[in-house]
Design a protein around this ligand. Structure first.
Ligand SMILES: Cc1cc2nc3c(=O)[nH]c(=O)nc-3n(C[C@H](O)[C@H](O)[C@H](O)COP(=O)(O)O)c2cc1C
Length: 369
């Protein structure tokens, strides 16, 4: 009998099955290019570790070329504190996907994920990201090649895909069904089509449909829902209403590395949706009383928050200085420095900074004023 290479789940319990069993729902940090880099992931793991972390996406084609490889290897650096950590790759070239998956397995990642949802034109031009939705046969080839690469490394780590529900319309019955047929270890569904980009609200009804199909076609595949989750309490209610096993949070972590910290995010902060009496009011009134919880910062003392921003900057310089542009940090500054008196003035000054010394001096001046 041929060895069970492509179509079987691994016989031992992989980490996806254990996080699913241990925490309902479990939470994952979304992969975000130039955001969830090795420095920010260390900060997130320290202040509010989610159940699973992801790297930014990395070009498998680039990893296969001696020129691009060196700088991309920086994106694949991780610390033990981040486990379980999944390496995310993209490519429309099965051979390169196989080689890059072997590399990631050898680097000791806990899992490999393939990006099949990114709408960025430069990625789509390479036939990758969301473009894969339009070439399902090739997508399947790429998935099988990744699995082969893991085997080439002599490893048995799980393989997952992150995608959207369709290209221009809902293609769950074709696209997602094809993916489920591959018996992936995990599948993350960003609850939008490619055409939606991030311009319309995520539609979590899609998750209910995917979970139902999963139960019929691939009961072992762990399903993560993604899109517009504002905090853990929001994620818990979305998981309850759809049956998703895990919740992936992206943009809401900007400036809020405490978002996965249960004490801070759920106990202290709460939200109007959690308050029984406020739930009796029309949502617009409840929001008025409590404030809109969308992308708000956890209940962290201001000095602590700004000191973590400094720590994050120092770590960025140490790990990525000379590799990534310091401007990457500005995205974070905008999010850290918001929602308190004087935030706007502080933000303007931070936008002018060129290095950690500059920014630390500005923060010290602000805190001592
Ligand atoms: C700045 C930025 C970079 C992103 N980079 C990636 C990426 O590298 N890989 C990926 O699969 N998705 C990427 N995404 C998409 C997010 O992982 C996530 O699917 C999307 O932001 C929706 O989730 P959210 O509403 O919780 O942010 C990125 C999103 C943003 C905002």
């Amino acid at each position: 009998m041929a060895p069970c290479a492509v179509f079987c789940y691994s016989s031992r319990m992989n980490f996806w099955q254990s996080v699913k069993q241990n925490t309902k729902p479990f939470f994952a940090l979304a992969p975000m290019a130039d955001v969830t880099d090795p420095a920010f992931r260390i900060i997130v793991a320290k202040y509010g570790k989610p159940d699973v972390l992801w790297t930014e996406f990395v070009s498998a084609d680039g990893l296969c070329h001696p020129k691009g490889r060196e700088s991309l290897m920086k994106d694949l650096e991780y610390s033990e504190a981040e486990r379980p950590i999944v390496a995310q790759l993209f490519s429309s070239n099965p051979e390169n996907m196989r080689t890059a998956s072997k590399l990631c397995a050898e680097l000791g990642f806990d899992g490999i994920d393939i990006n099949m949802g990114c709408p960025d034109r430069t990625i789509e031009k390479q036939g990758c990201g969301s473009a894969m939705i339009k070439t399902p046969d090739l997508a399947i080839e790429v998935i099988r090649a990744a699995r082969q690469g893991i085997q080439d490394a002599g490893k048995d780590i799980p393989l997952s895909v992150k995608t959207r529900v369709g290209y221009s319309r809902d293609e769950i019955d074709t696209w997602v069904v094809r993916l489920l047929g591959e018996k992936l270890d995990a599948l993350t569904i960003h609850a939008r089509t490619r055409k939606d980009l991030s311009q319309v609200p995520a539609n979590w009804d899609y998750l209910s449909q995917v979970v139902k199909l999963r139960n019929e076609i691939a009961p072992e595949t762990v399903i993560l829902g993604n899109g517009d989750v504002t905090d853990m309490s929001d994620g818990i209610s979305k998981a309850k209403s759809t049956g998703a096993d895990g919740i992936m949070i992206g943009r809401a972590v900007f400036g809020n590395p405490w978002i996965f910290n249960k004490e801070v995010s759920i106990k202290k902060k709460g939200s109007w949706k959690q308050n029984f009496f406020l739930q009796l009011l029309p949502p617009a009134w409840a929001k008025k009383i409590m404030g809109d919880s969308r992308y708000t910062i956890s209940d962290i003392p201001l000095a602590q928050k700004l000191n973590v921003m400094v720590e994050h900057t120092r770590l960025f310089e140490k790990l990525l200085g000379g590799v990534k542009n310091f401007a990457v940090m500005k995205k974070h500054y905008k999010a850290y420095a918001t929602g308190f008196p004087g935030a706007k003035e502080l933000r303007i000054k931070l936008m002018e900074t060129k290095n950690g010394d500059d920014m630390e001096a500005i923060v010290a001046e602000f805190l001592n004023a």
